[in-house]
Design a protein around this ligand. Structure first.
Ligand code: SF4
Length: 189
């Protein structure tokens, strides 16, 4: 695992864990759930804060934050900063969080051109066109990996990382070890 080993390992205790998806597809969360019955053991060892698994809307003080997805809009940046502020250890999970992943394919195109292309049917029908409701988060001109905005402690690569990689990361942290991925767990696709 490629990581700046700056975070102190967590002592063996029940970890408070938060997870979220920014500009991602939830595939990393689905892979996490592929730990299958080990999730019962995990729930004896961790407590979930904000996560799609709990539907808690804001991240409170946590030992560990797992971030899936990169940054494609202003809300993503806000959520990421909230996680960084509240999580002792922050992990970039998956290709989208680490390098922008598939959403970053739009980075070689102009944002307005993309929006006009996507909503051209609305233009042709004489309707509103590109949505501009103030409730919608403003899109960023480019999709960014999360390490460009906040400090990241560990990187869990893969699209998605395999379930066993999630398990190894969590069990290492629970045991107070610096996480390392063994043979076969380091994926780049
Ligand atoms: S890394 Fe892959 S699986 Fe994870 S959010 Fe991105 S596209 Fe989905």
């Amino acid at each position: 695992m490629n990581a700046p080993m700056t975070a102190a390992p967590v002592a063996a205790k029940k970890l408070k864990v938060a997870t979220t998806s920014l500009a991602g597809c939830f595939g990393c969360h689905m892979s996490f759930l592929d730990i299958d019955e080990r999730i019962l053991k995990l729930l004896e060892l961790v407590e979930f804060d904000r996560s799609p698994l709990t539907d808690i809307k804001h991240c409170g003080p946590c030992d560990l934050g797992l971030i899936e997805g990169g940054l494609c809009n202003a809300e993503n940046v806000h959520v990421l900063r909230e996680f960084r502020k509240n999580c002792k250890i922050l992990v970039a999970v998956g290709a989208c969080a680490i390098n922008g992943g598939l959403p970053a394919q739009r980075n070689h195109l102009d944002l307005r051109d993309i929006l006009e292309e996507v909503y051209q049917t609305e233009y042709l029908l004489g309707r509103a066109g590109i949505p501009n409701d103030p409730e919608l988060p403003l899109p960023l001109n480019k999709v960014h990996p999360i390490h460009e905005v906040v400090k990241v402690d560990y990187f869990l690569p893969g699209c998605p990382p395999p379930a066993d990689a999630f398990w190894k990361l969590l069990t290492d942290l629970l045991a107070g070890r610096t996480p390392t991925l063994g043979h076969g767990l380091l994926h780049y696709d």
